[in-house]
Design a binder for this molecule. Sequence first.
Ligand code: F6P
Length: 356
Amino acid sequence: MKRRIGILTSGGDCPGLNAAIRGVARAAYEMFDAEIIGIHDGYRGLIDGDYSEMTRGQFSGILTLGGTILGTNRTPFRDMRKIGEDNVDKVAAMKKTYKELKLDCLITLGGNGTHKTANLLSEEGLNVIGLPKTIDNDLYGTDFTFGFHTANDIATDVIDRIHTTAASHGRVMAIEIMGNKAGWLTLYSGVAGGADVILIPEIPYSIEKVAEVVQRRAENNKGFTIIAVAEGAMDKEEARMKKKDRESKRAAEHFSSSAYVARRLQEEVGVEARNVVPGHIQRGGTPSAFDRVLSTEFGVHAAELIRDGIFGVSVALKGNDISHNPLKDVAGIPKPVPVDHHMVQTARRIGISFGD
Ligand code: F6P
């Protein structure tokens, strides 16, 4: 039986997207008579009817390629039901494209926002399967998302490189790791890179506690301190603010969490402090071997779900098994770092401070 599969990548890109696309396509071609339609730039392409029929050859040579061959776009979930100035009913437009293309299913590769829209389309009657990607690893229902492992390697490499220059100069260095809402990447790369302090959104810090670490290290003849700061880390005062107020304050100040930490330490402790923002470097380049494998497994599982006619789900890694969850149970549910997570405890056991 012929099956027509639409596939799109949405939200921030990450290494492993192409490996996952390839996994879906190759397994689908192996298992059944598949026709694959690549939808361009995420939901934007589905809304605008911007897509192309793909050939087998287009899935060749992309395993190691960073980014996404389909392009991506952030189309916020909160706007999906809103009719804008262009007068386009986005949900109706997406359903129309799906119908016109005579799709049997739609595969969406994305994070929390992507999954919320995937669930919406599933509730609207489309056959949807989600694949969880993000360097933030903050999707509920899966132990790991693809992209996280590669970003962790990159962030760790940044910390390693900062380590040597910080040690040479006897400086305090605050390194800003991506993750606005969740601190997974900062926590893992902080531990892997031997940071002295790890600041994550889930554990509000006080600058005095961070300063104590710097001072204690100085007293022990360690003239430098490495601080891994999540993009979304906040001090206790900010944590008490309403989310909306905090966000607008930060936007108005072009806020950088690492610059803030470095500035306050310099002012309050009088030590030379610098900050580094590796930014989107953390999302670029070729996927790690781990992410290539995970993406391939996720892609293959999605193709098996299509073969078995199982839709309205998101693929997941649970322990050592690849399985899936109903979209309605996981879509858009964030997965912050639990404050008693074993990795937090591990870090504390070896003397890493969370500034709390
Ligand atoms: O969700 C992945 C992520 O890289 C976050 O860590 C970061 O906060 C955000 O995307 C950055 O978004 P953008 O690519 O739109 O600047």
